[in-house]
Design a protein around this ligand. Structure first.
Ligand code: PMV
Length: 320
């Protein structure tokens, strides 16, 4: 039996070992595995209801491009589950969209969870992760909270590897650019894979970073996780910077913060940075260091604002 409305909340995540490049563009298969942290405070809430006409309709601040992307995703999953019903979609993020803050991850995870609930599909978490991946590779990880691994295969899916309770961490999002990014992650990945001389090295060195990060997480070895994550992030950006034409997401404040975080770590503050396809810096730290880092960031010119969240991000779903 289906429900008349379903609402899902899913959190954004940040990858410490990143997915960059696709094994298949058609099925949105990541070329590599990845490991991420769920961001408790950065959420998308999406409600699905039946539309009255023969089109999907939206109640959202999302632009036309994002609406089209959501509607194509819904067409794909409707076809897969033999559903013809058009939908009315109400969706909102509680954080800035399209600036490299992983709104596609929380967005497609929330949409998948709500779709499953509205039509009572009773999909497993693995199938939900695979569904979300069709919308965005990183969304496959947002069907879980905590620390999550994406396993590449011919139908890639994520698995949870540690809970927030097992290793409480904070994430400070340093927003250095509020304008939407110039190139989205899918186009940037394709450009990088076809033109960067470093892309093959990125692929061939990736498994070592996965092993190292997972071992660091299992042993709660912050220093090792810091070194591996920063190395993996900089390798990913090196492939972008060396693509033709180059993709340089960083702003001056992005680089300033990287230096600041490295200086803090050298003087004993447990913190490291990571940067996705955008200018924002995400600083991962032990909760005891959060206030010190916030204070230090105040000196950075070009820093627009700071969002602090803890590791978490388990999704929730309600129906009526
Ligand atoms: O899921 P997408 O298509 O938005 O790509 C995500 C790419 C990165 O955020 C840069 C890395 C990752 O693993 O999340």
């Amino acid at each position: 039996m289906s429900n008349s409305t379903a609402t899902a909340s899913a959190a954004a995540n940040i990858a410490l070992v990143k997915y960059w490049g696709k094994a298949s563009i058609e099925n949105n298969q990541p070329a590599t595995g990845s490991v991420s942290l769920g961001l408790e405070g950065l959420r998308t809430t999406t409600t699905l209801e039946y539309a009255t006409g023969d089109h999907d309709t939206f109640d959202t601040e999302l632009d036309d491009k994002a609406r089209k992307r959501a509607a194509s995703f819904l067409d794909l999953v409707r076809q897969k589950y033999r559903i013809t019903q058009r939908l009315h979609i109400t969706t909102a993020n509680n954080f800035p969209t399209g600036t490299g803050l992983a709104s596609s991850a929380s967005g497609f995870a929330a949409l998948s969870l709500a779709f499953n609930a509205l039509f009572s599909l009773n999909l497993s978490k693995t199938a939900l992760s695979q569904m979300a991946r069709l919308g965005s590779g990183s969304a496959a990880r947002s069907v879980y909270g905590g620390i999550v691994e994406l396993i590449p295969s011919d139908d890639a899916y994520a698995i949870p590897i540690a809970t927030a309770e097992e290793w409480p961490l904070d994430v400070i999002v340093a927003v250095t650019e509020e304008r939407p990014k110039a190139i989205g992650s899918t186009d940037a990945m394709i450009q990088t894979a076809s033109t960067s001389p470093f892309y093959q090295s990125w692929l061939s060195s990736h498994a070592d970073d996965m092993t190292s990060a997972k071992q660091a997480i299992a042993e709660k070895d912050f220093r090792r996780l810091a070194d591996t994550s920063e190395h993996n992030c900089l390798k990913m950006h090196a492939t972008m910077i060396t693509s033709e034409p180059p993709i340089i997401y960083w702003q001056p404040a992005t680089v300033e913060i990287m230096h600041e975080v490295r200086a803090l770590r050298s003087s004993g503050t447990p913190a490291f940075f990571t940067i996705d396809a955008g200018a924002q810096v995400k600083i991962v730290c032990l909760p005891s260091a959060t206030d010190t880092i916030r204070q230090q960031l105040k000196a950075i010119t070009g820093l627009k604002r700071v969002i602090v969240t803890r590791l978490g991000g388990s999704p929730s779903v309600t129906t009526s």
